[in-house]
Design a protein around this ligand. Structure first.
Ligand SMILES: Nc1nc2c(ncn2[C@@H]2O[C@H](COP(=O)(O)OP(=O)(O)OP(=O)(O)O)[C@@H](O)[C@H]2O)c(=O)[nH]1
Ligand SMILES: [Mg+2]
Length: 296
């Protein structure tokens, strides 16, 4: 799975990566996250330590790609990629290398997290209107580009929730992306979520964007595998119903596959698909339950 994140400069993307990693690396309920590259993991933890002591990361200057592994009860069951960009890459011309890479990542994304600086949005909604339109257009484009038959999870993460107080301020903070919210709520084949997160000494909801995207993607993948398995079983059944002595003798004579061979081959494919599905089922169920509880 590939998760792409977009948001303006200083929206809190890099801060989020570090805090999310710190929350998940030691284990979150039965789930645990690890970077494939241990050096990258150590850097994220060092950044998270700084953030907890009010020292935030430097502005991102180039694209960083993180490869993560998710474990359930100490068993790795899912890999995913997450890319971090400098916020400016979203607005620059596509001739800029990282802007082109961002577009490619968005096109290939299986999940998108849109970061919105809630404090800035609430303070000056008109100043962020152009940026909000840009975020909406980028998501609309990514949704239209999305292929592969699986739904696309899209999260709007309102960052810096510690700086916003009261219902009125939240209404102001959420207003600039109202168009994007209704777009993702109504787009077919999109799972949508909005969540408020806080990345300071007392982080809040940092596990939600990542685990919610993973949870949907894994469940949709299981559904897809289940459909594939039934198709193979159906084909196996059809071939089995055509098994006969004449057909068998003809196949032997012609040196071709008999219906019995065909049925066995299809049943074997069905079993292979079931074997891919099996390790995902229990973790997916528990992940879904946990997220539903946390969002309730
Ligand atoms: N109070 C508060 N400040 C935050 C929080 N998250 C981020 N910040 C502030 O926002 C600044 C920018 O955060 P970054 O994570 O660097 O933002 P970015 O989206 O990666 O920015 P670019 O790399 O420029 O694209 C940080 O230096 C912090 O000052 C938060 O949850 N609460
Ligand atoms: Mg950054």
């Amino acid at each position: 799975m590939r998760i792409a994140m977009i948001g303006d400069t200083k929206a809190g993307k890099t801060t989020y990566m570090a805090m999310m990693y710190q929350a998940m690396v030691g284990g979150f309920k039965d789930f645990r996250l690890a970077t494939k590259d241990t050096g990258q993991g150590s850097e994220l933890l060092a950044e998270a330590w700084g953030i907890r002591h009010s020292k935030y990361p430097a502005m991102t200057s180039q694209r960083a790609l993180y490869e993560f592994e998710l474990s359930h009860q100490r068993r790795v069951f899912f890999d995913f990629l997450w890319s971090d960009y400098r916020g400016g890459a979203l607005h620059d011309r596509s001739t800029e290398a990282d802007t082109a890479a961002l577009h490619a990542d968005l096109r290939a994304a299986d999940g998108i997290v849109v970061f919105a600086d809630a404090e800035r949005f609430a303070r000056d909604p008109s100043a962020v209107a152009r940026h909000a339109r840009r975020l909406t257009a980028s998501c609309e484009w990514a949704i239209a580009q999305h292929s592969g038959g699986m739904p696309l999870p899209v999260v709007i993460a309102y960052t810096k929730a510690d700086l916003i107080r009261g219902r009125q301020s939240w209404a102001a903070a959420e207003q600039p992306l109202a168009g994007l919210r209704s777009l993702i709520a109504s787009a077919p084949g999109v799972h949508d979520l909005s969540v408020r997160i806080r990345c300071n000494r007392r982080p809040k909801n940092v596990h939600i964007p990542v685990l919610w995207c993973l949870s949907h993607h894994i469940r949709d993948r299981i559904d897809q595998l289940e459909r594939e398995r039934s198709q193979w079983l159906e084909r196996a059944g059809r071939a089995r119903s055509e098994v006969g002595l004449v057909e068998w003798a003809r196949a032997r004579w012609n040196g071709t596959e008999s219906k019995g061979d065909e049925a066995r081959a299809h049943a074997k494919r069905a079993a292979e698909v079931a074997a891919q599905m099996a390790p995902l089922q229990r973790p997916a169920m528990e992940l879904g339950r946990m997220i539903a509880r946390d969002l309730a």
